[in-house]
Design a binder for this molecule. Structure first.
Ligand code: HEC
Ligand code: HEC
Length: 366
């Protein structure tokens, strides 16, 4: 890509050289003409162009004609050779432009992330996840309730689970009753549509390689659960009984990735501030207890499919669910579907099929 950009620059230089040469030729032509003109002063009568005897027919139809035709042929040859060459380089020039455009968008997006909107203050440098200090006020009276540290999910896997449109929606409107404010004009925020696009370009550029994120999840699971062959946790005195429970709560105790890989942060009230209430009892996401998941998905495989590839906003799911576009896909990357437009690799996913099956089994037991 860098090469294409250099190629475009090199071509620009050649263009400038040609332009300068033409300019010099033009100036020389004018100078010669002026000189010629001077010699004629006072002798217009004999030397006036229309008074000079012209070539005779003989010469006009042979030498002169051949010369003119020859020149025409040479000019045609030059055009025939250079025009295709020019076209040949056109895709490179265009790619160079797009590449340059993206680089600019990414660096502007980074500036907004770090300085302008200070996303980094909550979501961590390079989107590794963090915490937001937040004062909870009573939504009705506005009275002080509590001062908390609210987990802010890592954003270096955000394109693993949401499409750019979904991220745009989150940025436009923020997350009500959480520290995440609305950033876009539609939600009353300070950023323009273009700035939102630039932030997303930056976020896309910092997505983790698949191996790195999967290794991090595995390390975290080994620390909190160390599942045996039956997916039961084997850490002596550990908090979790099963792999599914550990996945559901990934990062609850130590803030791993700001809880980005967990389910509890949306499905358990108080999870994000370390005051988890009933597991799966509902928060921003619906209550999953009392067999709610089984009623929605009679067969576990249906629920696994839902959690893996979260349905598009406005599409039906389960027995009578309707996707609001807010949850995100945990086992299939929605940005790796069409190879032509894919911006991610298919292996960049939050959880493995085994981890998804385990967490679904856990939810069905709630
Ligand atoms: C004051 C702290 C704060 C700031 C500043 C902030 N965020 Fe957030 N953001 C949060 C919190 C907390 C959440 C999780 C809310 C929840 O619990 O549902 C969140 C959620 C998100 C999500 C959804 C992630 C997910 O997986 O659910 C995205 C995307 C996001 N923020 C992007 C940004 C961007 C981009 C910026 C800068 C323009 C930004 N945030 C600025 C605190 C913040
Ligand atoms: C960013 C918040 C968020 C996260 C994280 C999240 N969910 Fe959800 N989930 C939702 C929302 C919101 C819904 C309701 C459906 C909708 O709005 O489209 C939902 C719906 C569901 C449902 C369907 C429940 C029903 O009754 O319709 C299941 C099952 C589910 N989630 C499982 C999970 C699992 C498993 C994980 C973790 C791997 C998870 N969710 C992570 C927000 C989230």
């Amino acid at each position: 890509m860098q090469d294409l950009y250099l190629l475009a620059v090199a071509q620009k230089t050649v263009g400038y050289v040609v332009a300068v040469l033409l300019l010099i030729a033009f100036v020389v032509a004018i100078a010669v003409n002026v000189r010629k003109g001077r010699a004629e002063v006072g002798s217009e009568v004999e030397l006036a162009a229309n008074r000079k005897p012209y070539m005779d027919d003989e010469e006009l139809e042979t030498k002169k004609l051949d010369r003119t035709l020859g020149l025409g042929l040479v000019a045609l040859g030059v055009i025939a050779l250079t025009l295709p060459l020019y076209w040949l380089a056109e895709p490179g020039r265009q790619e160079g432009m797009v590449e340059r455009f993206e680089e600019v968008a990414i660096s502007r997006g980074e500036d907004i992330y770090v300085n302008g909107a200070q996303c980094a203050g909550c979501h961590g440098p390079q989107g590794i996840g963090g915490v937001a200090s937040y004062t909870i006020l009573d939504p009705v009276t506005g009275a002080y309730v509590d001062q908390v540290e609210w987990k802010s999910p890592a954003l270096d896997t955000i394109m693993y689970r949401y499409t750019p449109e979904q991220v745009t929606y989150i940025l436009n409107y923020g997350r009500g009753y959480s520290p995440m404010p609305a950033w876009g004009a539609p939600g009353g925020g300070p950023l323009t549509e273009q700035q939102i696009e630039e932030v997303i370009a930056y976020l896309t550029s910092i997505q983790l390689p698949a191996a790195e994120s999967q290794l991090a999840v595995q390390k975290e699971l080994d620390k909190t659960c160390a599942a045996d062959a039956d997916n039961n946790c084997t850490i002596p005195g550990g908090m979790y009984k099963t792999l599914g429970e550990a996945v559901f709560n990934l990062g609850y105790t130590d803030g791993f990735a700001g809880g980005a890989y967990s389910c509890g942060r949306c499905h358990t009230a108080g999870w994000s501030i370390g005051q988890a209430k009933v597991a799966g009892g509902g928060g921003m996401g619906p209550n999953l207890t009392g067999g709610a998941a089984i009623r929605q998905f009679p067969v576990a495989a249906q629920q696994e499919a839902y959690v893996s590839a979260y349905p598009k906003m406005g599409t039906a799911y389960g027995v009578n669910g309707w996707s609001s576009g807010r949850m995100g896909s945990f086992g299939t990357n929605p940005n790796a579907q069409d190879p032509k437009t894919a911006i991610m690799n298919p292996d960049q996913v939050m959880l493995t099929p085994v981890q998804i099956a385990a967490v679904v089994a856990y939810e069905r037991s709630l």
